[in-house]
Design a protein. Structure first.
Length: 396
């Protein structure tokens, strides 16, 4: 992309997501970009509950400030964000045909609207970039894997740029035929926390602990997320129980809600595990500050795990399963956290005991974790998009 040129970029995505808002705002603020975000759907509070959160809510932070956007008309008979046909927006074809954009960035390809945009870009010979965090460790039926081989190799090879969230998604794109020179790192990222914000939050740590009846001297491990099968919250409770029997200063904090909450509460009976319920974005930092480390036991459906980014920005080490997508990027064992075999509760309990045995080292790992995020920042995500645009601009 020439130094002084401005590119008209459209980003097509499913619905407003709390983790995308600052990235979009930063892209819109860049002098070389003229950005418009196209949303296919606006999720209702009841849809948020049905998606696994377990309670009806709206996000309590601004998701649409600082950038230009429009909500496309969704003509699906059952509009939602839950299935391929639930987002059907023919309007996106008209916008592309009107020659409004120099390139289109499509966030994933698991919904009909994405393919309406991708096919139109191909017909108009307009550069199309696709972002994904899919990886090869997600459990799939062997027949489904075989069925994907040829079509995925066909369409991924046709994308002008593949925007990968991390190492495993880069591997995924290349496995399905993307040329390495067309794969660009556009990491998942969250807002940075300043040193002053960190110090202020730390000064209120005991206050936050009292809110959830956590003892001042406990080593607290937090689970943050939907209480769904993919997240494996019961593994967390069982591991806390095993570790606590050997070290009574270990405690658990479970942040969130969902269909498995009752199961988890039953398992946690007589254990030092506290439940916060759902916490909105303006409150969730309190849980990270109250805790000493984060645990994410998810299966391979956790294609990234942005709660790891969130915990690390507050200086918390993270213990994740070997199926969590962000593991290879953010977790250096013994340095920023630990990785354990998914489903191995004994191994997880052993790591919790190891962390609790040396609180000073656990704190040091948290500082390392916060530093690690420098390469997985909002600015890095913006730079990745600009590099991809330069590549597709040079070849168009």
């Amino acid at each position: 992309m020439p130094v002084n040129s401005t590119k008209r970029l459209a980003i097509l995505t499913t619905h407003p997501i709390q983790y995308h808002a600052q990235w979009f705002k930063a892209l819109a603020a860049h002098p070389r970009l003229d950005l418009e975000v196209l949303y296919c759907h606006k999720a209702t509070p009841s849809e948020q509950a049905d998606s696994g959160f377990g309670v009806e809510f709206d996000w309590d932070v601004p998701l649409l400030d600082g950038y230009r956007y429009r909500f496309l008309k969704n003509i699906s008979s059952k509009p939602s964000v839950g299935s391929f046909r639930s987002m059907d927006t023919p309007e996106v074809r008209d916008l592309i045909i009107e020659d409004r954009y120099d390139a289109v960035l499509v966030n994933g390809w698991h919904y009909k609207s994405a393919w309406q945009a991708i096919r139109t870009c191909w017909k108009r010979r307009l550069p199309v970039m696709v972002r994904s965090d899919s990886h090869l460790r997600t459990e799939r039926h062997p027949l489904k894997t075989v069925a994907k081989e040829l079509p995925y190799r066909y369409f991924i090879n046709k994308f002008d740029a593949c925007l990968a969230a991390g190492k495993w998604s880069t591997e995924y794109f290349i496995r399905y035929g993307a040329r390495p020179d067309r794969v660009f790192l556009v990491p998942h990222a969250v807002d940075a926390v300043s040193d002053d914000e960190l110090r202020l939050a730390a000064s209120r740590r005991l206050e936050f602990r009292k809110r959830w009846r956590l003892n001042a001297r406990d080593i607290v491990f937090a689970f943050v997320g939907k209480f769904t099968e993919k997240k494996r919250p019961r593994d967390f409770v069982r591991a806390i129980g095993q570790a606590w029997q050997r070290n009574p200063q270990i405690a658990g904090l479970m942040v969130g809600d969902g269909p498995l909450r009752q199961d988890c509460e039953s398992l946690a009976r007589n254990l030092p595990v506290r439940f916060t319920g759902f916490l909105n974005q303006s409150e969730i930092a309190q849980a990270y500050v109250a805790a000493d480390a984060l645990v994410l036991p998810s299966d391979g459906g956790e294609t990234w795990g942005l709660v790891v980014n969130e915990a690390m920005r507050w200086g918390r080490a993270c213990v994740v399963s070997d199926r969590v997508g962000c593991g290879p990027d953010l977790i250096s064992p013994g340095e920023t956290g630990f990785i354990f075999p998914m489903g191995d509760v004994n191994a997880l309990a052993s790591l919790l005991l190891r962390c609790a045995s040396d609180p000073e080292r656990l704190h040091s790992m948290g500082e390392n974790a916060r530093n690690r995020l420098a390469a997985y920042s909002i600015s890095a995500a913006v730079d990745g998009v600009l590099q991809a645009l330069s590549r597709v601009g040079a070849s168009s």
